[in-house]
Design a protein around this ligand. Structure first.
Ligand code: ZN
Length: 292
């Protein structure tokens, strides 16, 4: 090979590796966080997501691969409101990565951008798995999700100021897409409808779309249904006549099937998070179309 070609090769390798290094390494706990981060960051971010869409986000077995990903991360983005309390502190600590420790610029708690509902003044074990900070399942809320997208944009811009204009432009197109979808969703007649939910996963959805959750299949948040609780719920359903019972892939189906058989109210399984290769908008589209 001629010297000149060798030099060009080397220059290309350097250009490519410095380009690869310039990408921000992001670890996102939940699929929807990873998806929004990818939409804002595009080719400037490398995103690893810890929880899968069909997994219960309340529980996760921390794996060495997750700790390794956290060790290399420039930025950790998580849901907050104690949703990941069972596994994230362990992952952060074991990573020994100073960038992502609490209070550091590489530690982003998305709930900081959210107006949480369901805050309770005091909790004790008798109330179930209640979080005093509020209901953590705000990714079902269009109203809150756009604020979170702004927060992610701010954080990416702070860590990588050279690409701020790029991130801002991507946020602008996301906002446009958001406004269009909001218009479509607002035309879906969900206002005034009544549903029963397995878990308090859909409280923000109900609040944003104007329907009412008249009862839960779980006895208390995070506490498995009891036969007495199910019997009482059946009585409530017979009186209130809700349209549907809504649940998620990771919850058992025997109780909802039993309740449905006894009352004639159908149950439907809603996606709990953004599925692989999809984005938050298609996730919400699916949720809304299954509800109507
Ligand atoms: Zn929950």
């Amino acid at each position: 090979m001629y010297m000149k070609e060798i030099l060009i090769c080397l220059a290309l390798i350097f250009a490519f590796s410095s380009y690869a290094d310039a990408r921000l390494n992001v670890v996102a706990t939940l699929p929807w966080i990873g998806s929004i981060t990818r939409q804002i960051g595009q080719d400037r971010v490398e995103v690893t997501t810890l929880v899968r869409a069909n997994q219960d986000p309340h529980y996760l077995e921390p794996k060495p691969s997750m700790i390794l990903a956290a060790r290399k991360a420039d930025l950790l983005i998580y849901n907050g409101l104690d949703l990941e309390i069972g596994y994230l502190p362990v992952i952060i600590e074991s990573s020994r990565n100073p960038n992502i420790q609490s209070g550091k610029p590489g530690n982003l708690d998305c709930s900081g951008y959210v107006s949480a509902i369901g805050k309770v003044a005091a909790t004790d074990r008798s109330m179930g798995d209640v979080h005093p900070l509020g209901n953590p399942h705000y990714h079902f809320s269009p109203r809150n999700i756009i604020r979170v997208a702004e927060g992610i944009t701010d954080t990416l811009s702070r860590l990588d100021p050279a690409d701020e204009a790029f991130y801002m432009a991507n946020l602008a197109s996301l906002r446009k897409q958001f406004d269009e979808r909001q218009r479509q969703w607002s035309m879906v007649p969900l206002k005034g409808k009544k549903v029963v939910a397995y878990h308090a996963l859909y409280d923000y959805l109900a609040s944003d779309f104007g329907f009412t959750i008249i009862g839960y299949v779980e006895d208390k948040p995070g506490i498995a249904p009891s036969s007495r609780g199910v019997e009482q719920l059946i009585e409530v359903i017979k009186r209130a006549k809700p349209d549907k019972i809504i649940t998620s892939v990771f919850y058992p189906k025997n109780e909802v099937q039993f309740i449905s058989d006894k009352t004639g109210v159908p149950w439907v399984e809603l996606p709990a998070d953004v599925e692989n290769g999809q984005d938050w908008f298609s996730f919400m589209d699916k949720v809304v179309s299954l509800l109507k």
